[in-house]
Design a protein around this ligand. Structure first.
Ligand code: UDX
Length: 439
């Protein structure tokens, strides 16, 4: 099939590359000339494991190309994906200016029948708005379909190639058939393509992300309770997660969820609810708890250092909002850094992928270390904010030699309490009793 993808951000690039990988001809369109030049020259613009190999192969085999020219980009396409940003506006609702702007332009240039697909996360009713914006100027035939993405950063290629489900919102039989043909190669293992109306598809995306954010937040609150009641959240997690109705995944407590999706989508769903006079109370609580959870380690750090962090120096491992990405949007690490600096402490940071992004954001407010061990030099304690694999079984001898005190505050529960107790560390984590608390 011939496909155009408008917008070469995270979702657009993964979508375009993966459709090319299954043999489709894909043209990606973006207004950013530098980006298009880079991509055309084989320089990938995002970090996503496994993507570069597919990107280069499909570029070489000419199933994937990039252009800034919208008209040229969509000329041959049967299906046009809109993978454009929907940033939160000042009031928290998703801003549709990019989507509707492109829809308006499309209306002026569409000639023959095309399926226009909303891939971006958009509020309920957007498909109708896109339809109206195109229709305004358009003489040709077209259908608008809602097809939300459920990609996780870090495993996006896998999520795209082997989705748990594909959700397609359309009321047109013609569009339904085309979308079904397009996605069949991705669901060979038997996972469903679920067809529904446009509004239900749009809401599905928000409901999925908000539910997951709620699940994590629920566990974060259980962790709070564990600390106060002397229970161990790891045990409680396993105890409840083995009930199939609850499920094992997304039950890991930590210093809050971050990233580009959960915070934005929960906020947008609250806003959409308000617009139809519904108070989505549970989501207000989720947002509130998560804000506080990002700083959950701070009272523990302050208590250990007797409420005086002035002149103290901390090593911070992990800046990305989660492992296997360089994305620092809403990353709990940034909240920790801010709080530590405000208390008069200094911070040396290390992250395998996200250091450049942090440098661009906060410059020399912190020191950037060459390795996870360099960050420890002369630090009063180690703080862990992201569960990168390389932090899971570190060389504890090196940690002991470099740190001034054997003290670790772990926001991601990486270490076994008994083992770390044995090593003699004062260790605080989330929802578990501290190790060697009398130190
Ligand atoms: C999420 C959705 O999973 C994906 O379907 C959607 O398309 C985009 O948003 P992503 O933001 O990439 O994907 O990350 P995800 O792996 O879902 O993690 C989100 C946040 O939750 C991270 O901050 C992570 O650290 C946190 N998390 C996740 C927990 O704190 N505990 C868990 O058990 C799982």
């Amino acid at each position: 099939m011939k496909i155009a993808v408008i917008g070469t951000g995270y979702v657009g690039l993964v979508t375009g590359t993966c459709f090319a990988e299954t043999g489709n001809d894909v043209v990606c369109v973006d207004i950013d000339t530098t980006k298009v030049q880079k991509l055309s020259n084989g320089q990938i613009t995002i970090y996503e494991p496994g993507l570069e190999k597919l990107f280069l192969r499909n570029l070489k085999e000419e199933r994937l190309r990039f252009t800034t020219d919208l008209e040229d980009g969509i000329k041959e396409a049967q299906i046009i994906f809109l993978a454009l940003p929907t940033p939160p506006g000042e009031d928290g609702s998703a801003d549709l200016k990019y989507i509707l702007g492109v829809s308006d332009q499309l209306g002026k240039i569409l000639k023959d029948y095309k399926v226009i697909v909303d891939k971006s996360t958009v509020p309920v009713g957007t498909a109708e708005k896109v339809h109206a914006a195109i229709k305004k100027n358009c003489k040709g035939e077209f259908d608008v379909v809602s097809n939300p993405e459920f990609l996780r950063e870090g495993v996006a290629v896998d999520d795209f190639m082997k989705p748990d489900r594909v959700v397609i919102g359309t009321s047109s039989d013609r569009a339904r058939k085309i979308m079904n043909d397009l996605y069949l190669p991705f669901v060979r293992q038997g996972n469903p393509i679920i067809f529904m109306d446009e509004r239900s598809a749009e809401l599905t995306k928000y409901a999925a992300n908000s539910f997951l954010a709620t699940k994590i937040t629920f566990m974060n609150e259980v962790a709070q309770l564990c600390e106060r009641l002397g229970a161990d959240v790891d045990m409680v997690r396993r105890g409840i997660g083995s009930d199939e109705r609850i499920g094992k995944r997304f039950l890991f407590p930590g210093i809050g969820y971050g990233g580009s999706c959960f915070p934005k989508d929960v906020q947008a769903l609250v806003k959409s609810s308000q617009e139809v006079s519904y108070d989505f109370r549970i989501l207000n609580a989720v947002m509130d708890v998560n804000e506080k959870q990002k700083l959950h380690l701070m009272p523990k750090v302050k208590k250990y250092f007797k409420d005086n962090l002035k002149g103290k120096h901390f090593a911070l491992w992990g800046l990305a909002f989660k492992p296997n990405t360089d994305d620092i949007r809403e990353a709990p690490a940034l909240y920790m850094i801010d709080a530590l600096l405000k208390e008069g402490a200094t911070v040396a940071v290390f992250d395998p992928e996200a250091m450049n992004n942090v440098k661009q954001l906060i410059g020399d407010k912190v020191t950037y270390s060459e390795s996870q061990y360099d960050a420890l030099e002369n630090a009063d304690a180690l703080i862990i904010a992201t569960e990168w694999n390389e932090f899971r079984t570190p060389n504890f001898l090196k940690i002991v030699t470099s740190l001034k005190n054997k003290v670790i505050f772990d926001g991601r529960n990486l270490f076994d309490i008994a083992a770390i107790r044995e090593l003699g560390f004062y260790y605080e984590s989330i929802g578990r009793a501290p190790a060697n608390p009398t130190k």
